[in-house]
Ligand binder design. Structure first.
Ligand SMILES: C[S@@+](CC[C@H](N)C(=O)[O-])C[C@H]1O[C@@H](n2cnc3c(N)ncnc32)[C@H](O)[C@@H]1O
Length: 220
């Protein structure tokens, strides 16, 4: 993520956060961007390498229903479909979803505008594979536990949830958006009835490397 893009995104985010509105800045950012991906700090235009690596190490390739939380520009959702999942991908930003549809006009991914916090009850326990990558870390701490609860609900019995996020030790400062998460915050998934299958704490291969957590949960 380029520092200049990140500074612009932060400025917009903090303006909304100060006004007590933690969710509207995403649409503001995407709509300002038009079709210029350089404005979106997380738009790598390629599937997340932490996801690819995990998929290659884990036998979790479809068929089955997959859900991508906060899908951004759709790269991860397209990758899941390519690997055999019947994928639904949602984002709170209508502009982001419109962008996905323009990028992938032939896609079989179902791209939906939806707010995680009020997502369709039809999605409850509806997915064999749920992917949350980088959404929790752009939500402020006071709504993260609620977000965890909402994400956990999507996982079907026998289904898997993969979470990829920036990580920090509790002794480290909270930092700025995107806020690194603590292991304690991710452990809330266990309180939501999911079993932790694996928890990786590592430096990724970005330059400079980023401290990541990659956790896998299962609903038994
Ligand atoms: C940091 S971006 C990551 C996007 C994508 N996962 C990626 O890695 O490129 C977080 C995404 O979550 C979306 N988002 C934030 N809050 C949301 C909410 N409450 N419901 C649905 N999507 C949300 C944002 O619009 C944004 O596209």
């Amino acid at each position: 993520m380029d520092e200049e893009q990140r500074a612009i995104a932060r400025e917009i985010a903090y303006k909304y956060l100060k006004a007590g509105d933690p969710l509207s800045w995403f649409e503001d950012l995407y709509s300002r961007a038009g079709d210029d991906t350089s404005i979106i700090p997380w738009a790598d235009l390629t599937p997340n390498p932490n996801l690819i690596e995990w998929l290659e190490w884990n036998e979790c390739a479809g068929p089955g229903k997959a859900l991508k939380v906060g899908c951004g520009l759709g790269d991860d959702s397209e990758e899941l479909t390519r690997r055999g999942f019947e994928t639904t991908a949602f984002d709170i930003s209508a502009s982001a979803i419109g962008w996905c549809r323009r990028r992938y006009p032939q896609s079989s991914v179902s791209y939906v505008v939806e707010d995680l916090f009020s997502a369709s009850t039809e999605w409850k326990a509806g997915f064999q594979f749920v992917l949350e990558s980088y959404t929790l870390q752009v939500l402020p701490p006071n709504i993260r536990a609620d977000a965890v609860r909402c994400i956990a609900r999507f996982v079907a019995p026998g289904g898997t949830l993969l979470v990829v996020a920036r990580g920090r030790e509790p002794s480290e400062p909270e930092g700025k958006m995107p806020w690194p998460l603590t292991k304690g915050e991710l452990s809330l998934f266990k309180a939501e009835g999911l079993k932790e299958v694996s928890f990786e704490d590592y430096m990724d291969s970005e330059d400079p490397p980023v401290h990541r957590f990659r956790a896998t949960y299962r609903r038994e």
